[in-house]
Design a protein around this ligand. Structure first.
Ligand SMILES: [Fe+2]
Ligand SMILES: [Fe+2]
Length: 162
């Protein structure tokens, strides 16, 4: 897709990053049935990266979509799409909070129970967030390319706190 506006390109780039992160989450956490040892460096590094990336997803990416972009789209008649995406953000925020809480609780002493709990909620996150980002790539980006103007694009981009 040829994207004219910076706001669309910012979202597209962040979607690619989060989709790659979800692939890593599948490979590093979901594929591993046994709890890792407390000193497992790969798991420790990955979970640290995951925490930072999920915090960015909620506080920067979702906030940028909701506060800077959806108002422009609603003005342009795409209110139904925005309602659906906001509803998905709401569920995703809860799933992400659950993943972060389980990482905090389990880090340093994973047990079969705490690791199984992290894997279960991570599987839910992979499914929901992948489908959300793919939906936005297919529906939100074209709607933004339609609704934005050079002025509203520039204004929206000043509100992306990356
Ligand atoms: Fe979103
Ligand atoms: Fe998004």
């Amino acid at each position: 897709m040829n994207l004219r506006y910076s706001a669309s390109r910012i979202l597209h780039d962040e979607h690619m990053v989060v989709l790659a992160l979800l692939n890593d989450l599948e490979r590093v956490v979901l594929a591993r049935k046994e709890p890792p040892a407390a000193d497992d460096g790969e798991i420790g590094r990955f979970l640290g990266q995951l925490r930072g990336a999920l915090a960015h997803e909620v506080t920067v990416h979702f906030a940028f979509e909701e506060d800077a972009l959806f108002p422009v789209l609603i003005e342009n008649g795409a209110g139904d799409l925005c309602d659906l995406l906001v509803e998905e953000h709401h569920v995703l925020r809860q799933t992400i909070e659950d993943v972060l809480a389980r990482i905090s609780a389990g880090t340093g002493s994973w047990t079969p129970q705490s690791w199984a709990g992290l894997r279960a909620v991570s599987a839910e996150l992979v499914e929901r967030l992948r489908s959300h980002a793919e939906k936005e790539e297919m529906a939100l980006l074209p709607a933004m390319e339609e609704a934005l103007t050079p002025e509203t694009d520039a204004e929206a981009c000043t509100r992306h706190e990356g």
